[in-house]
Design a protein around this ligand. Structure first.
Ligand code: PEP
Length: 249
């Protein structure tokens, strides 16, 4: 049985004070939620407040990106060891907004994933097709390429320590959720790639999250799909009640 990961991506929202307020409301609502792992990825500037707030709980804190060098003259960047030392357990890699606005490629996704693993963080690596790619029937080819040119180049030992998030770009922040069947089909494509590269045991073990306009009212049908091992939630993770409803689907 794969334990679900219910992850929140706060994108570029909230101050440290707002982070503290969020957790004051959120923690009592998920005190008994042992059926899943909970991870929240705030902006870098909120990590200290978030780590303090979740001390003594099972909630993990993740960064939203990292640079692959350990340190150096890379103004504006943050490294894996720095994120780890700040108390994070996870890091998002290759989110579609990073691919779209910051020229992230499958190659840099791989470099960041390796750097995260070397720092002892769990990378949640995002993949997903754009609307035009889906409409022209290229979804499977795009996902396969993102896999082969990115995380498919990890060693089996490295691969065993990552989670994957399938996030169709057309469903992120748009209110358009993939139907459970569309999501499950894409997860099957990804799991088949894992099976081909790393074998049946790795394919059975890897957790593939779905992300794209997940809300309290659609999480249950998504999580009813055996292929879906959790969710990565943007907008609806900013509100404590809404994200707690998602966690407690
Ligand atoms: C995300 O940011 O990863 C995401 C899925 O956003 P939203 O839930 O707002 O679509």
């Amino acid at each position: 049985m794969r334990k679900p990961i219910m992850a929140g991506n706060w994108k570029m929202y909230k101050t440290p004070a707002e982070t503290t307020t969020f957790f004051e409301k959120f923690l009592p609502l998920v005190e008994k939620s042992e059926h899943c792992e909970i991870v929240i990825c705030p902006p870098f500037t909120d990590i200290a407040a978030a780590v303090t707030a979740v001390q003594g709980t099972r909630i993990g804190i993740g960064a939203q990106n990292l640079y692959w060098a350990k340190e150096g003259a890379f103004t504006g960047e943050v490294s894996g060891p720095m994120i780890k030392a700040s108390g994070c357990t996870h890091v998002l890699v290759g989110h579609s907004e990073r691919r779209q606005y910051f020229e992230e490629t499958n190659e840099t996704v791989l470099q960041r994933t390796v750097a995260a693993l070397e720092a002892g963080l769990t990378p949640i690596v995002c993949v997903g097709e754009r609307l035009g790619e889906r409409e022209s029937g290229e979804t499977e080819a795009v996902l396969s390429l993102q896999f082969r040119a990115g995380i498919g180049l990890l060693s089996p030992e490295q691969f065993a320590r990552i989670a994957i998030a399938y996030e169709p770009v057309w469903a992120i922040g748009t209110g358009k959720t993939a139907t459970p069947e569309i999501a499950a089909d894409a997860h099957r494509v990804l799991r088949a790639q894992v099976r081909g590269h790393y074998g049946a045991a790795a394919a059975d073990a890897v957790r593939i999250l779905y992300g794209g306009s997940v809300k309290p009212d659609n999480v249950r049908v998504l999580m009813a799909q055996p292929e879906i091992d959790g969710v990565l939630v943007g907008g609806a993770s900013l509100d404590a009640n809404s994200f707690a409803s998602i966690v407690n689907f």
